[in-house]
Design a protein around this ligand. Structure first.
Ligand code: WTA
Length: 659
């Protein structure tokens, strides 16, 4: 491999030595939707005729307005199209299809950070979605228009997404933790006609001022925006601009609770979701309607074994892909009851999650390793105070889960009774691709096990040859297209081709992760191979943070790398070169200023934990920053690179913070 993984070598070796095997408990298997014979049959069918396999599933799982006749169109590969001449509506498939028989069933159990609880049945959710869809239409939002959603994690965020889907508008949710400037960039890139926000959200006892940030974003540009819908959540006073801003409750007050869906082509874009890559600009990952819906629905059933009496809590915010596929769309398409929680996991104390699991009778719990590690650190007494006996299945997503956290999750939360599904996937893949099937697959702590049927994942070397030697690393690739794959990058198909396909001449999708397989064919993800960090399960581009730093008037140059972090997995480590002399003496105030600067530019999640000042940065002869060297320095690891070409070898001592 030409590039090393960003995962610490320590994690890789501890994962490599992992020998423990956990077969699914018999009781779980007996009641599971997918048993060994079912999985084998799916696998056989998928292997024998992958396109026919997806066609069968799409016919069975999606309520079509007009059934498709062509399954896969690869005439413009790698811009694949699925079920292209079919017509459907995604919101219809998530809501209307349940009304006749299950309209009374609870769709959403919501808990706000202050403790307010609200439940919505499928019928109520449907009515809310229709009302808001009508409100969007009344403000001129039409099929194909882009709508940016910048909201707290409250039911209205799901209502807003579903309402866009209902009228064929393309939403782009921007995580509420992103700054006004990040919001502005995304609104402008998407050319959004409308923004949906709230007066604020609650997090960790504080108020996140979403409307203020929206105003700031719009004041700086965003000429395409005509309307701003504002949900009242905190009750704080906010400025409302006449003609542009409208309160959510005013907008829906006269709207009927029915709205004929806009029937769209299968390939009609359902949403854009911006994510970080290896350049300074986030990319708008574009998903299509039918293919996305299919994999989101199926994986909810297969991986989370959803039954009608389950209460499914995926803790992700709708600002991330996980909150799209496992909160706003997939579980609703599968007719499940979901839990949503607005606030911080440790508010008012570290028992919040466990108290909520008990109170709402959560049966399936899906979260990120960073949350597990943070809660693990608080000790076993907190979960022990709560009755977690309803839990039957646990999930993990976002980064490799270290075996210690896996074992804690298994023992302390799952009481050794709940299988753990470690699910690998990405914003780009739309849905889970590699994961255990909980009633069938024996799990190993730290491995996402095997690809789902129909997903042809492989690990290849630099020449694209399959790496079959157990333990040998390589590029994680997907050999055949699948329905929920991204279609393109919004407004930049070149970048789509370059980022995901060019390396191996369009032969397979390149995920950007490195991985290896063990002797049983289990996949072990080692981390990103590009310049993307994974901080607390969130993707951050090093280039984005570097651009933010150099935008500061006193900074001339910056290089950002990741270092291992006990809870966040990785943290941001920045090396910076100032204009003029290197700051001397106590630099803490200036470091604080730079952190705040980054938070303002990008969002608090991108703040560097460490900042080190240097006279210059180590570069190769061609002028590329020697990131590997910087990474070794940030991590306190020995330097193995050739540093003889460095102009100023003494710089290494300086970068180490020793001179
Ligand atoms: C990482 C999140 C190991 C991986 C759904 C991937 C994982 C990136 C896992 C995508 C996992 C996600 N094990 N690594 N189970 N799940 N990743 O787009 O590096 O926010 O490429 O999607 O997270 O992050 P994204």
């Amino acid at each position: 491999m030409s590039n090393e993984s960003t995962t610490s070598s320590q994690t890789i070796s501890s994962v490599l030595n992992e020998q423990r095997l956990f077969p699914p408990p018999r009781k779980f298997t007996e009641a599971a939707r997918i048993k060994a014979a079912d999985l084998a049959a799916l696998q056989r069918r998928a292997d024998a005729d992958p396109v026919g396999y997806w066609a069968d599933l799409a016919r069975a799982e999606i309520a079509w307005r007009k059934l498709f006749t062509q399954t896969l169109d690869d005439s413009a590969a790698p811009n694949y199209r699925w079920f292209a001449d079919g017509e459907l509506n995604v919101s219809w498939n998530c809501l209307d299809v349940h009304l006749a028989e299950h309209g009374h069933r609870t769709a959403i159990i919501f808990e706000g950070e202050p403790g307010d609880v609200r439940e919505l049945s499928y019928r109520q959710l449907h009515a809310e979605v229709c009302r808001f869809a009508n409100a969007l239409k009344a403000r001129g939002v039409r099929r194909g228009d882009r709508v940016v959603i910048y909201m707290p994690l409250v039911p209205e965020a799901v209502v807003a997404m579903q309402a866009c889907a209902r009228i064929g508008a393309i939403h782009s949710v921007v995580f509420g933790g992103f700054s006004a400037l990040s919001l502005k960039d995304r609104i402008e890139d998407a050319g959004a006609r409308c923004v949906i926000t709230a007066d604020g959200g609650r997090r960790g006892g504080n108020i996140v001022e979403l409307k203020t940030a929206t105003d700031k974003a719009l004041a700086e540009g965003c000429p395409s925006v005509e309307t701003v819908f504002v949900l009242r959540r905190t009750g704080e006073a906010v400025a409302m601009q006449a003609g542009r801003d409208v309160w959510w409750h005013d907008a829906i007050v006269d709207q009927p609770a029915a709205c004929e869906p806009e029937w769209v082509d299968a390939e009609h874009p359902l949403f854009l979701l911006y994510t970080s890559g290896s350049t300074g600009r986030p990319k708008g990952i574009q998903h299509a309607s039918a293919g996305y819906l299919l994999n989101a629905k199926l994986t909810n059933r297969w991986v989370f074994d959803l039954h009608h009496d389950d209460v499914f809590w995926c803790t992700a915010d709708v600002g991330w892909i996980t909150g799209h596929s496992y909160v706003a769309y997939g579980p609703l398409a599968a007719g499940a009851t979901i839990v949503m929680y607005e606030g911080a996991p440790t508010y008012p104390d570290g028992a919040r999650f466990w108290r909520m699991c008990e109170q709402h009778g959560v049966t399936i719990f899906y979260t990120a390793p960073t949350a597990i590690r943070a809660l693990m650190k608080l000790g076993e007494e907190l979960p022990a105070r709560h009755d977690l006996s309803k839990l039957r299945l646990l999930g993990s997503v976002g980064e490799p889960i270290n075996p210690e956290a896996w074992m804690w999750y298994h023992r302390v939360i799952g009481k050794e009774r709940c299988p753990i599904v470690d699910t690998w996937w990405q914003t780009e893949t739309g849905a889970i691709l590699i994961s255990p099937i909980p009633g069938v697959t024996a799990t190993k702590p730290g491995s996402c096990t095997r690809p789902l049927p129909g997903i042809f994942a492989d690990i290849v070397d630099d020449e694209g040859r399959s790496v079959t030697t157990p333990g040998a690393g390589g590029y994680l690739v997907i050999r055949k297209p699948w329905p929920s794959m991204l279609r393109t990058i919004w407004g930049d198909n070149e970048r789509y081709l370059k980022t995901y396909w060019e390396k191996f001449h369009n032969r397979f999708y390149v995920a950007g992760d490195s991985a290896h397989r063990d002797a049983d064919g289990y996949f072990w993800i080692m981390g990103r191979i590009d310049d993307v960090l994974n901080v607390a399960g969130h993707r951050l581009g090093t280039m984005e943070i570097e651009s933010a730093l150099v935008a500061h008037p006193r900074i001339a140059e910056a290089a950002v790398v990741g270092r291992q972090h006990e809870i966040k997995g990785e943290s941001v480590f920045a090396f910076v070169v100032c204009r003029g002399a290197r700051p001397a003496g106590d630099t803490r105030d200036f470091e604080r200023e730079l952190r705040e600067w980054v938070a303002e530019q990008l969002g608090a999640i991108a703040k560097p934990d460490d900042i080190r000042f240097a006279d210059n940065l180590p570069k190769t002869r061609s002028g590329k920053i020697m990131r590997r060297l910087l990474r070794a320095i940030a991590r306190g690891e020995p330097i193995t690179q050739d540093v003889s070409t460095l102009e100023n070898p003494a710089i290494i001592e300086q970068l180490r913070g020793q001179s």
